[in-house]
Design a protein around this ligand. Structure first.
Ligand SMILES: NC(=O)c1ccc[n+]([C@@H]2O[C@H](COP(=O)([O-])OP(=O)(O)OC[C@H]3O[C@@H](n4cnc5c(N)ncnc54)[C@H](O)[C@@H]3O)[C@@H](O)[C@H]2O)c1
Length: 268
């Protein structure tokens, strides 16, 4: 397999290292808008070379991994699936725009490209995926983070919330997944994944709590419907390379990459 990774930050570099160790992967093309980052990652790997754009090797590529930003994902998704190449998307919030998502998914059907979304840093999505085959009345994602996880978020500044001044557990957002993904584009990709796998962006409720006692982050995914109800709690430690992300999120992406490359579909 030949893989192009767009974005060589904490997720992309970890995925590149995992791909480099896999027998199924023959070549890795690395793209980053800061080329030096791609070069640094490539220098440590056996199978990687740096290219300037995702389009450079698209005809020789079996899978693209987007690990950059929502805007990068929006830019490359159409190009990749139009050529019939599979893509794994990390910036899942890029799919919040209904028209954009429909266009991309329709193109993927025509070209027979697959769009993969890793489950991310929380448990319970397997149950949600099954539950929505019947009637589901409610889905809520409650995420608790250390205050600094949301430092620099404009929405909080506009609301007069100073994360450095938070001394006790404080709910800073409660709304729909659609609002959450737009307001916190880098922080709640899981909300987009939950919405897409569950009952959609407008019916999925998201609550964000900042807690100075929290050293990692936690997710509480709750759903109810004709199946019964569940409450899945995940306690995450931060990713070593990027404390704003959960370690489990990158492990889930590595696991997804292995399943895709090895064509293993246990527990689907
Ligand atoms: N789905 C999930 O479970 C999950 C979990 C955490 C983070 N994420 C998302 O994954 C993405 C990557 O996260 P990260 O922690 O690796 O970020 P990061 O900031 O460590 O790395 C992103 C890299 O992408 C590069 N980049 C930005 N725009 C680009 C473009 N247009 N073309 C090429 N390269 C570009 C940057 O230079 C940087 O090197 C983010 O959107 C993040 O929100 C997803």
């Amino acid at each position: 397999m030949r893989i192009t990774i767009v974005g060589c930050g904490s997720k992309g570099s970890r995925l590149a290292r995992a791909a480099d160790e896999m027998n199924e992967v023959k070549r890795i093309y690395l793209v980053d808008q800061q080329k030096a980052r791609a070069e640094k990652v490539a220098a440590e790997l056996k199978k990687a070379i740096v290219v300037d754009s995702v389009e450079d090797e698209l005809y020789h590529c079996d899978l693209v991994i987007e690990a950059a930003t929502q805007s990068a994902a929006k830019e490359i998704l159409s190009k990749v699936v139009s050529r019939g190449v599979d893509i794994m998307v990390m910036s899942v919030g890029s799919l919040v725009d209904d028209d954009f998502r429909k266009t991309v998914f329709d193109k993927a059907v025509v070209s027979e490209a697959k769009i993969f979304l890793p489950t991310g840093g929380l448990c319970g999505l397997d149950a949600l995926r099954a539950a929505v085959q019947g009637e589901v009345s409610s889905v809520e994602l409650i995420t608790t983070k250390g205050p600094h996880a949301l430092s620099g978020v404009q929405y909080l500044t506009d609301k007069g919330i100073d994360v450095d001044a938070i001394k006790e557990k404080t709910t800073v957002f409660s709304g729909t997944a659609r609002e959450a993904v737009k307001i916190f584009p880098r922080n709640v990709n899981v909300a987009a994944t939950v919405a897409l796998m569950g009952i959609g962006f407008d019916r999925t409720k998201v609550t964000i709590v900042l807690d100075p006692a929290e050293t990692g982050n936690s997710y509480d995914l709750q759903a109810a419907g004709v199946f019964g109800h569940f409450d899945a709690h995940t306690y995450n430690v931060p990713e070593p390379e990027n404390a704003k992300n959960s370690h489990l999120a990158v492990l889930s992406a590595v696991a997804a990459l292995k399943r895709i490359c090895r064509n293993e579909w246990f527990g689907i």
